[in-house]
Design a protein around this ligand. Structure first.
Ligand code: VTB
Length: 339
C-alpha cells in the first residue's frame, strides 16, 4: 500500500500522452482558424501562443530543446525555455525535453493546402538531438528498409535497395521530394532511375511519417529539409520502427561554431533515427491542421470543432489515432452535434 506521504511520480508515456495530444490540438485549432488568410506569420504566431498556454497546464518540468528559435529571436517556445505547470506538493513532475513545431507547413495553412500539422516530440532529458535551425540531408523510408539506406550512395542505388526491401520494382516506388531548386539534380536522378515522384511545396515531416506507414502510397522521402523537422521526424520514425538517415548541412563558419557550441563534434556525421532521437521513452504527437494523407484537418461546426491526431509512444508501443470533439458550450437540449 502506498502511504499518504509517498511522492507520486508521473510517467511520460503512460500518464502524459493524452495531455500532449491536447497541446497539439490547441495549436492546430488556433492556426486552422486562420486557414487561407494568406498570412503565414499570423498562422504560426497563433499556433505558438496556443501551444505555449496549453503547456502551462501540464504536470511536467519541461524544457524546449527544439523550438521557434534562439531566446533573442523568439518570444515563446524558444530553445531553453522552461514549460509546464507550477509544482504540486507530493508530486514529482518528470523532467522532459521537448521538440516542437507548432505549425509545420505555415504556407500550407496560409494557403489552405494539404498536410499542415501541429507537432511535437517529448522524451526524457537528452532523448532528442539539439539540432540547430539549419538544413538536413535526409532519406526516410519504412521499416523494411532499416539498415539499407546509404546517404552518400548514388540515388539509383538507394532506389534499387528500397524497391528490393519493399518487394517491388523501382518503377513502382513513389518518392517524396520538397519542390525546391536545390533538388533539381535529385529529381533528375530519380526520374532517370525510373521511380515516380511526388513534389511537395512544404511539409517533409508529415511525408516522413507517411512513408513509414504501409498503405500511404509513398515509399521514401529524399532531399534536404529542415534539421529541426528532421529530429521530430526521427522521433516518429523510432516509434514506427522505420528507417532514416540524416546529416546536418553545415556550410558556414558561423554554423560550424554554433554546432561545436551545441556539443556536436563531427559536423559531417551521418545520424540514424536512433541517434537523432535516442530517448528510451518518447511521445510523438501530431494534429492535422489542413486535411492530409494521414490526418484530417480541423473541422469547425456550430458548437465547436473536431480534430484528428496521431500519438505514438516508443516504450509502450502504441499508435493511437485520436478523434476529438471540442465543445465550446455544454450540449443543448437537442444533444451533441459531432460535425
Ligand atoms: C522543409 C519543410 C518545412 O521548411 O523542412 C523546409 O518540410 C525547409 O526549408 O515545411 P526551405 O523552405 O528553406 O526549403 C519548411 O518548408 C517549413 O519551414
Amino acid at each position: 500500500m502506498a502511504s499518504m506521504s509517498e511522492q507520486r511520480h508521473i510517467s511520460l508515456e503512460t500518464d502524459l500522452a493524452l495531455d500532449l495530444v491536447r497541446v497539439v490540438e490547441e495549436a492546430a485549432i488556433a492556426s486552422a482558424r486562420t486557414m487561407g488568410e494568406g498570412d503565414r506569420e499570423k498562422s504560426d504566431r497563433v499556433a505558438v501562443q496556443a501551444m505555449r498556454s496549453a503547456f502551462e497546464q501540464m504536470p511536467i518540468k519541461g524544457e524546449i530543446v527544439i523550438g521557434e528559435g534562439e531566446r533573442d529571436q523568439a518570444p515563446m517556445l524558444y530553445i531553453g525555455e522552461k514549460v509546464g505547470a507550477a509544482p504540486l506538493p507530493g508530486v514529482t513532475f518528470p523532467e522532459v525535453h521537448i521538440a516542437v513545431d507548432p505549425l509545420e507547413g505555415t504556407n500550407l495553412c496560409a494557403m489552405g493546402t494539404p498536410n499542415a500539422i501541429s507537432v511535437l516530440a517529448a522524451s526524457e532529458q537528452g532523448g532528442l538531438l539539439h539540432a540547430p535551425d539549419c538544413y538536413m540531408e535526409k532519406i526516410i523510408a519504412g521499416p523494411a528498409c532499416r539498415g539499407s539506406l546509404i546517404l552518400d550512395a548514388p540515388v539509383a542505388e538507394n532506389l534499387k535497395e528500397i524497391a528490393r526491401c519493399m518487394d517491388r520494382r523501382v518503377q513502382d516506388l513513389v518518392i517524396v521530394v520538397l519542390d525546391r531548386a536545390r533538388h533539381a539534380k535529385l529529381v533528375e536522378e530519380i526520374r532517370a532511375a525510373g521511380a515516380r515522384i511526388r513534389l511537395i511545396p512544404d511539409g517533409d515531416l508529415s511525408a516522413g511519417i507517411a512513408v513509414a506507414v504501409r498503405g500511404a502510397g509513398v515509399h521514401a522521402v529524399m532531399g534536404t529539409g529542415g534539421a529541426p523537422e528532421g529530429v521530430i521526424t526521427a522521433a516518429a520514425i523510432r516509434c514506427l520502427n522505420g528507417a532514416m538517415v540524416g546529416r546536418l548541412v553545415v556550410n558556414t563558419p558561423e554554423l560550424e561554431e554554433r554546432i561545436v557550441g551545441m556539443g556536436i563534434r563531427d559536423p559531417r556525421r551521418i545520424y540514424s533515427a536512433r541517434e537523432l532521437a535516442p530517448g528510451r521513452s518518447i511521445v510523438f504527437a501530431a494534429c492535422g491542421v489542413t486535411d492530409g494523407a494521414l490526418l484530417r484537418g480541423v473541422r469547425f461546426f456550430g458548437q465547436g470543432c473536431r480534430t484528428h491526431s496521431l500519438v505514438l509512444t516508443l516504450a509502450s508501443n502504441k499508435v493511437r489515432f485520436v478523434d476529438t470533439v471540442h465543445l465550446e458550450t455544454p450540449p443543448g437540449p437537442r444533444g451533441i452535434r459531432l460535425y
